[in-house]
Structure formats: structure tokens, C-alpha cells
Design a protein around this ligand. Structure first.
Ligand code: NAD
Length: 257
């Protein structure tokens, strides 16, 4: 099994990509901590994993809260063993016209998407450096590589994650720590982050958005959370043992042209 007996802490694990990762990692032998602000949903995911015979717990964790990182990881370590894999997956995506963007919304996006990843990486490095190995996977986006016209705050946060990943990867090698740090860049994936847009756009607007997405994606469809989970599993485990500071794009060809 690719993650036999390793504890994996997955933020945003209650929904979409994170829930698919939690299931995929557990199927490969990991003991999984499903960390999320949606604690009831996180417990549902953890319970469904336990029902397969694997180990999983839910942790009520806001990634923008510094103290919550200590508390969440302390609990996961006590119940599941030392931290070997961290996936910084929690994120929000909010778009608006740039000239109407508020500082409040800008800061909310950076707090979750960028501060949360910084806090997670720092805490993981401190805890993983004395382990036999550690793998940190940061979930960025194709919007950490290319821009879009209504997503300045999201682009800034995900671009920040992309380069912070490389810096932390280099830091760990410089210090001789056995920790690899990589980023994943999903394209448009069929999760509640996308389906939730129907509430704001209405049925017609949402259908139009879906067809624009499909048209912009050379493979002609949205990706699945399981496809992001498979790429993340590859980076989390030893199959990617010579990869650090790299970026893995999972986008059906969106950024290829
Ligand atoms: P999702 O909305 O289904 O899941 C995101 C999860 O993050 C939710 O469970 C939510 O409760 C949790 N979360 C939000 N704020 C949090 C906080 N402060 N602390 C802890 N948890 C918090 O969306 P998803 O598509 O599964 O997104 C997962 C990641 O994938 C995000 O980082 C997102 O930016 C990235 N991504 C998604 C897509 C896509 O098209 N769906 C594309 C590129 C990147």
C-alpha cells in the first residue's frame, strides 16, 4: 500500500477534492485526519472511511486560525500517529469585478487560501523534520498559473501558493530535512465549489458557465475529484520520491494552449 500506516492530515477534507483524497489515501493504508470547518460533513466522511475498516477522524479546524493548527495536529498525532503527509487543500473561490472588489473579501480569500497554507507548511516542517520522511502537497489551481478576468484575489492567493511551495521545498533541502513539498494545479473540477455557483448565477447563468468551462477545456469535460485525488496521492507517496518544488497540472489541457 502506498501510504501504509502513515498519518495524512487533509484540510478541506469534508467536501469535493479533499473528501476524494481522504478516501483514496485511506484505501492506500493511510490513517486520515479529515480537517474542515464543516465539522458534521467531515465526520460523515471520516465515518464512511472507518466503515471500510480504515482509520479516520474528523477535526474541526479553521485553517486561517494559527492556534487551531496546533490543536488539530496535536489531536491527530495523539490518535493516529506522527504527521507524515499534509495536504493543504482547504480553499474558497469567489469572483467579482475587480473595481468592485472589497478589501474585506480580498483578505478573506488570502486568509484561507494563502495564510492557511503558510501556517500548515510551517507547522508540518516543524513536525516532519525528525520523521523518516514527510510530504506536503499544496492544492493551488490553474489560476495559480494563468489569470482570469474576475478572480484577482483567487489568482493572487493561488499564485502565492505555487511559489511558496517552491520556497519551502528549497528550504527543506537546504536544511537537509527529509521533506518534499509540491503543488497540484487542478483545472475545472466538478465539486461543490463549481456547483455552488448555481446559487449566485441562477440556472441559466450556471448552464452558460458550464458550457464555457467545457469549451475552454480541450478534453471537453470537467475533471472529477477522484482525478485530483489520484495526482495528490502520487505526490503524497514514495512514487514521486525525486519530486520536490514541482507543480502537477490536472486540467484536461486547459493551460496547454
Ligand atoms: P469544495 O468547496 O467542495 O471544498 C472546499 C472545502 O474547504 C470545503 O469542505 C470547505 O468547508 C473547506 N474550507 C473552506 N474554508 C475553510 C477553512 N477556513 N478552514 C478549513 N476548511 C475550509 O471545493 P473543492 O473544489 O473541493 O476545493 C478544494 C481545493 O481545490 C481548493 O483549494 C480549491 O481552490 C482547489 N481547486 C478547485 C477547483 C475546482 O474547479 N473545483 C479548481 C482548482 C483548484
Amino acid at each position: 500500500m502506498k501510504l501504509d500506516n502513515r498519518m495524512a492530515y487533509i484540510t478541506g477534507g469534508a467536501s469535493g477534492n479533499g473528501a476524494a483524497m481522504a478516501r483514496a489515501f485511506a484505501a492506500e493504508g493511510a490513517a486520515v485526519a479529515v480537517a474542515d470547518v464543516q465539522s458534521a460533513l467531515a465526520e460523515e466522511v471520516a465515518a464512511s472511511i472507518r466503515a471500510t475498516g480504515a482509520r479516520a477522524i474528523a477535526i474541526d479546524h479553521d485553517v486561517g486560525d494559527e492556534a487551531a493548527w496546533q490543536e488539530g495536529l496535536d489531536r491527530a498525532v495523539a490518535e493516529l500517529g506522527p504527521l507524515r503527509v499534509l495536504v493543504n487543500n482547504a480553499g474558497i473561490g469567489v469572483g467579482c469585478d475587480f473595481e468592485d472588489e472589497t478589501l474585506e473579501n480580498w483578505r478573506r480569500v488570502q486568509r484561507i487560501n494563502l495564510d492557511g497554507v503558510f501556517l500548515g507548511c510551517r507547522e508540518a516542517v516543524r513536525r516532519m523534520k525528525d520523521q523518516p520522511s514527510g510530504s506536503i502537497v499544496n492544492i493551488s489551481s490553474v489560476y495559480g498559473i494563468v489569470g482570469a478576468w474576475r478572480t484577482a484575489a483567487y489568482n493572487a492567493s493561488k499564485g502565492g501558493v505555487r511559489l511558496m511551495t517552491k520556497s519551502v521545498a528549497l528550504y527543506c533541502q537546504h536544511k537537509g530535512y527529509p521533506i518534499r513539498v509540491n503543488s497540484v494545479h487542478p483545472g475545472f473540477i466538478d465539486t461543490p465549489m463549481i456547483s455552488g455557483q448555481e446559487r449566485h448565477l441562477g440556472a441559466e447563468g450556471f448552464a452558460a458557465m458550464r458550457s464555457q468551462i467545457i469549451e475552454a477545456t480541450p478534453m471537453g469535460r470537467m475533471g472529477l475529484a477522484d482525478e485530483v485525488a489520484a495526482a495528490t496521492l502520487f505526490l503524497a507517496g514514495d512514487d514521486s520520491s525525486f519530486m520536490t518544488g514541482s507543480e502537477l497540472v490536472v486540467d484536461g489541457g486547459f493551460t496547454a494552449r
